[in-house]
Design a protein around this ligand. Structure first.
Ligand code: 0XW
Ligand code: MG
Length: 368
């Protein structure tokens, strides 16, 4: 199967009840870039990349459109099988994993549809028919955070991620304690995610002050060296997220015992094909991880859910999708959502969703 056409769309995703607030940034609306590839046998596939603003990591929406302009002409005629496809993308453009991921996802979708297999089949096979999700509690006051934590706990989320950082550490400690007070004993796991917004000083203070709370500390500081220095000093597991900017540093993190787990994102790793390799290394090293992305609609949600379904349940920390913050779906019939804290794994071929193009703007670019 070879690519004969590539069409690029932009989808505006305003944040429902926004903003989405993290230590470094608050976002009110996101611009997602959707990719439709058409193959020489008539099958087509959809991909997506949606940076969560332009300061979360080294990615931004119009940069994705520009990178596609750079790569797409050279991809016409290329096989959609992962090794020739990624080889060709790397020949055309260095880095830019978040853009290559959109093409990779579309290729998995088209291949699955042509073979009558789901994307999780292509990734080795699903172990479950629904995956656990987790809810990201925005940066908030202790009262608001604990109220929302209890609400999400009652909805059935098995894990809560509490945003911290970017404010006096005393406020983070008070919020963590209040949230834990409201969910303790309810079988819900707690992660605090600083999105690189804490200093090592603050992490040590939080870990000491919350020593009795069984939480995970996700991406506390800016640099991976800080994570390495902190790990033997804190009383809580440390997970790497934003520092996982490519498969190689995920490999190093997993192989060298640098961290206790990961927040893994499809776009940070360059797509489902490279992500499955990191999934398998984490399995060998018994390292738990999430299967997420920065943001995105049904296409990205399906991609994260499909690979999440192939992870051993004892190692899957959850699949985060942006659906709770998005109004509507690209595919109203098969669009993904979180129900009782879990997400059903699509069973139709490919991603299991087909965006309704009448709901999208005209392509911003087409290549053939
Ligand atoms: C919760 N997420 C997966 C969604 C936002 O993009 C941030 C991210 C995280 O874990 O940092
Ligand atoms: Mg994170």
């Amino acid at each position: 199967m070879k690519i004969t056409e590539i069409h690029v769309f932009k989808a505006d995703l305003p944040v429902v009840n926004g903003p989405y607030k993290m230590s470094h940034s608050s976002v009110w609306a996101l611009n997602s870039i959707l990719v439709k590839i058409v193959c020489d046998n008539g099958f087509f596939g959809w991909g997506e990349t949606c940076p969560v603003g332009s300061s979360y990591n080294e990615s931004f929406s119009s940069g994705a459109a520009a990178a596609l302009m750079e790569m797409a002409p050279g991809l016409i005629g290329t096989s959609i099988l992962p090794i020739p496809l990624h080889t060709r993308m790397d020949q055309l453009l260095k880095g830019h994993n978040y853009v290559k991921a959109a093409i990779d996802i579309a290729a998995h979708d088209a291949l699955g549809k042509s073979l009558g297999l789901s994307v999780s089949d292509l990734l080795g096979g699903a172990l479950v028919d629904r995956v656990p999700s987790y809810y990201a509690l925005n940066l908030a006051t202790p009262e608001d955070a604990s109220r929302q934590a209890l609400e999400k706990c009652k909805e059935g989320y098995p894990r809560l991620q509490l945003k911290v950082g970017g404010r006096p550490v005393e406020q983070d400690i008070a919020t963590i304690r209040k949230v834990w007070e409201s969910i303790d004993g309810k079988g819900v796991r707690l992660v605090i995610d600083a999105n690189r917004g804490l200093l090592t000083r603050d992490v040590l203070t939080i870990s000491k002050a919350c020593i009795q709370i069984p939480l995970v500390i996700e991406q506390p500081c800016e640099n991976v060296d800080d994570l390495r220095a902190l790990r033997p000093l804190v009383h809580h597991p440390i997970y790497m997220d934003e520092n996982t900017v490519n498969p190689n540093n995920a490999l190093v993190g997993a192989a060298t015992g640098l961290v206790d787990g990961f927040g893994l994102k499809v776009t940070q790793l360059g797509g489902l094909y490279p992500m499955r390799a990191i999934r398998d290394i984490c399995a060998l090293r018994r390292l738990p991880h999430t299967c997420d992305d920065t943001w995105g609609g049904d296409i990205m949600a399906a991609a994260c859910t499909h690979i999440g379904a192939t992870v051993a349940p004892n190692l899957l920390e959850g699949v985060w999708i942006a659906a709770p913050y998005i109004e509507g779906h690209y595919d109203f019939e098969n669009g993904l959502s979180v129900e009782s804290g879990h997400i059903k794994v699509p069973t139709l071929p490919g991603l299991g969703i087909i965006p309704d193009e009448s709901g999208l703007s005209q392509p911003i670019a087409s290549y053939s």
